[in-house]
Design a protein around this ligand. Sequence first.
Ligand code: FAD
Length: 659
Amino acid sequence: DNHSSESHTDVLIIGAGPSGLMAAYWMARCGVRARIIDKNSTKVFTGQADGLRIRTLEIFDSIGFQHRVQHEGHVAVEANFWVPSPDGKLFRQGPFCSSKVNESPFHNMLLSQGRIERFLIDSIKEHSDLEVERGVIAETFEYDETLNDDPIAYPITVKLRTLGENEVNSPGGSGGESPQSVPSGLDRSNILPDDWDDLIQKSRSQQTKTETVKTKYLIGCDGAHSWTRKQVGIPLEGSSTDHIWGVIDVIPVTDFPDIRRLGTVTNAAGTILVIPRERQLVRLYVPVQVVDAASNANIRFNRSSITPEMIKERVQAILKPYTFDYKICDWWTAYQIGQRIAPTFTKDDRVFLAGDAVHTHSPKVGLGMNMSMQDGFNIGWKVALVVAGVANPAILSTYNTERQILAEMLLDFDRHWSGLFTENRPPEGGPGKTESMVKVVESFEDFADGLKAFYGASPLVCKLDNDQDPILGYGLVPGERFPPVKLRKQADGNTQWTTRTFESDGRFRLVILAGDVRDATQKQRVETLSQFLSGQLKEKVSPLNRYAAIPGRFKSLIEVVTIHSAPWNETEFFDFPEILRKLDPTMGWDYGKIWCDDACIWDRDCNGKGYEKWGVDRTRGGVLIIRPDQYIGWVGEFEYIDEMTQYLDGVLIRAVCGQ
Ligand code: FAD
């Protein structure tokens, strides 16, 4: 019995891995009509990606679930490199620690992809009734290019099929390949309680059902073998090597002293990467190809012939003279390294590709899930705001220009880093190897941790002519993330990181660095800007009324946040003009809108040095516009209101009834 139907949606997301869920988050948050499908019957539970970089954690904070990662995950900041000593044993070099540990409230962490999917799914649920439709596969694609310029048209048609019980796959069991309803090796003992419901496959219709969905936008987040990418004829360029790797998550039984510390171990048998994880688990990345001594060539063998036993034996050989074994294996797999990238991440800014669909590389750089989620994060809000009718479709082209170049950098990093693991020659005298590893990590650190994004000039990024001569401060660069600091709330003295204050709720933020408001001249400048914002400046329309807002969400797409630099106890909440503390006249004041960059006696992270970090004059301050994803869009002086309006006019849609 074959049921078929036709329907419309504004955004269809194919694939509910980390990138698809991140894109879906924005649809949920902005109240957009969207669907998200995945051909697998369940989310991931064990294995796959585990590394979480600083910027990703900041994003989680802006969404609101960073504390869950903090509770469950494992922090890994210092790395040790073990190399052979002249007496044939191993010795430790390190610990090496990034000099950037104070650039963010967060530090690199390890936690399984399955938990991150859990948190994203929960966040989506918190804001909407959008749910992942599982066991649903996209099968045919049509795209009518002639409708491309029509904002209300549905140029894309996708046929979806609900898979029957016998066709559907679960992800991530050991080896991950066999079709079964519950991933192998999983039961309630190694799954956290909030995942139990997902583990038990939801009862589904056993009949195949087809549905024709017409959509305005399509986001392909369907992984390395992306179906969506193939439909739009975008290739993946690059190559794969014949290096085969094993990866294994175990609770180890060993006398190796650093098994709970991040690092590498190198000897003549190869290099392994040791990654301590949550729940006593340790992940080991292990080269499993064997070099033929006579020809010095890799002996070819089939990836599917690899077993956990083989991986264990390789670990034992490399860790010698230390011992290694395990009783519990949570997950393992074998993979072949390939570095591939798509030349473009979009078709006509109607179909977008994110995550593994457009870049694949070895997992050892710990960036796959991070880059994928950051792709989804980047495209999600842009599509959501355009579909909601509040942002100019011109911003959509910035997805490709902002993300593709970063994927190129990712592959470059991977080439350097993985190369150090796979070189066949025996390790040079220990320090040489360690030096090269430290050098690669240091040279890619800003990029890898997401501290720099390198987003270029666009309608969304008003670049200065010369980054060397910043208008406000060297720390506030358009196209980079807003450098987080911890601030005190003027009204109650409580402290909070800006990563949380600038919540990912779809709004742009007009941030007024009000400077020292004890100074009469400065107070007047704040007053004049406030008159502009409250619509009292002659012939100037306030940006708070000028643009369309998403009905039922916020009254304005722009939130005003004030951060002053005067001492906390010499300033009052009521010292600031009404418009800066307004919530809704009928609902009282918004005590969360005025912040103070002053030290806090009971919270050492709040040190009152924000202005210094940003390089901003503590008396004069300045103004900036932060995009919904916390990247800086525009910076200026208090008086640059025309320039600010020009920036916003390029991004947002004028309100119909705006003056
Ligand atoms: P994915 O997580 O691959 O999600 C894609 C989703 O799309 C899947 O759920 C899939 O079912 C769905 N899909 C595909 N085609 C269709 C279709 N036609 N219709 C409907 N749904 C579809 N990264 C690391 O950093 N470290 C690791 O150790 C590591 N190990 C990995 C091991 C395995 C077996 C795999 C598969 C990946 C591993 N990764 C690892 C990579 C990491 O998981 C990815 O970088 C990350 O998951 C990418 O996220 P994504 O959302 O782009 O793609």
